[in-house]
Design a binder for this molecule. Sequence first.
Ligand code: GTP
Ligand code: SAM
Ligand code: SF4
Ligand code: SF4
Length: 326
Amino acid sequence: MDRHGRVATDLRVSLTDRCNLRCTYCMPPEGLDWLPKVEVLTDEEVARLVRIGVEQLGIREVRFTGGEPLLRPGLVGIVAAATALEPRPEVSLTTNAIGLARVAPALAAAGLDRINCSLDTVDRDRFKQLTHRDRLDDVLAGLAAAQAAGLTPVKVNAVLLRGMNEEDAVPLLDFCLEHGYQLRFIEQMPLDAHHAWTRGEMVTAEDILERLSAAHTLTPDTEERGSAPAERWLVDGGPATVGVIASVTRSFCGSCDRTRLTADGQVRNCLFAREESDLRTALRDGASDAELADRWRIATLGKLPGHGIDDPSFLQPARPMSAIGG
Ligand SMILES: Nc1nc2c(ncn2[C@@H]2O[C@H](COP(=O)(O)OP(=O)(O)OP(=O)(O)O)[C@@H](O)[C@H]2O)c(=O)[nH]1
Ligand SMILES: C[S@@+](CC[C@H](N)C(=O)[O-])C[C@H]1O[C@@H](n2cnc3c(N)ncnc32)[C@H](O)[C@@H]1O
Ligand code: SF4
Ligand code: SF4
């Protein structure tokens, strides 16, 4: 629990800072200086820290992310270790879906519960322009394979960029409705590696809803939202929904239940934290489970009430989204 009474029950684990796409809102086309291999937690180290979170710290949901988690060779084994824990946490994956078509059955067999996938457009040229890679077909095949393997509900995350893919919002929603995927639009956050984010350029929740409403009737979903980042609307009376994750204009920090572990073994109590707690060094120096759990508890205590993007003193964290684990 932090000093503001929020309880972190949702652990987001980054398995790598590397990626095979270059989404313009996340990474520059030339990529980034990747973490040296020796600094990245081994599969056994990841499994141990997740176990401590679940057994000693009340973690109930584990999300594997990155960078691109499908690039991690030991992913299936890491998922299997997490799903074997007691009490059994919910285990999910956030991915760009490239390569998922091949591995979805093995992930399902390892106990993975569900998948969230990034997809910002279903227009092939725009996909290439946005991600600097011509891989739309791989992503669509990955989504279909996740659905077929029962990794449901399959959720799709989309970021809209002004002057780029705003017009793709409705076709993307229609595509998701047709295939039974739950679409959510995300407000762009100041977490890009190249610090290009500006508040004025960001496509807001209001802009998104206005655009979607021109083609569909949206009514607020009355189902309890809890600590979920996405606000949901029923589309054309339901049961299909569309969500908006308005991290900037309607932030949800007051009900935040997240804690994060980076690929190099640092605990972050917030996506925007400016400090990290180094579990990797402690772990490699021989710390016991109880000592590691204590460090994690202390790191959680100091969590700030919110991200402070609107404060004049706001500073973007040193690490970008891909290195933190989005
Ligand atoms: N501000 C903020 N944004 C977050 C946080 N977690 C996720 N997001 C945003 O929500 C987007 C989607 O995250 P997902 O990995 O799909 O997870 P989710 O929406 O939390 O998860 P579920 O709805 O439970 O599947 C991320 O890309 C972020 O932009 C968070 O802790 N803080
Ligand atoms: C960092 S990626 C990691 C997992 C995987 N590579 C993927 O794209 O789903 C996780 C999520 O972060 C989102 N994201 C990346 N940069 C962002 C930014 N600056 N603002 C908001 N969301 C961002 C992506 O759209 C994606 O849904
Ligand atoms: S959003 Fe995900 S897929 Fe796109 S560059 Fe970042 S880490 Fe890679
Ligand atoms: S910005 Fe930080 S406090 Fe706010 S919801 Fe995200 S992780 Fe939680």
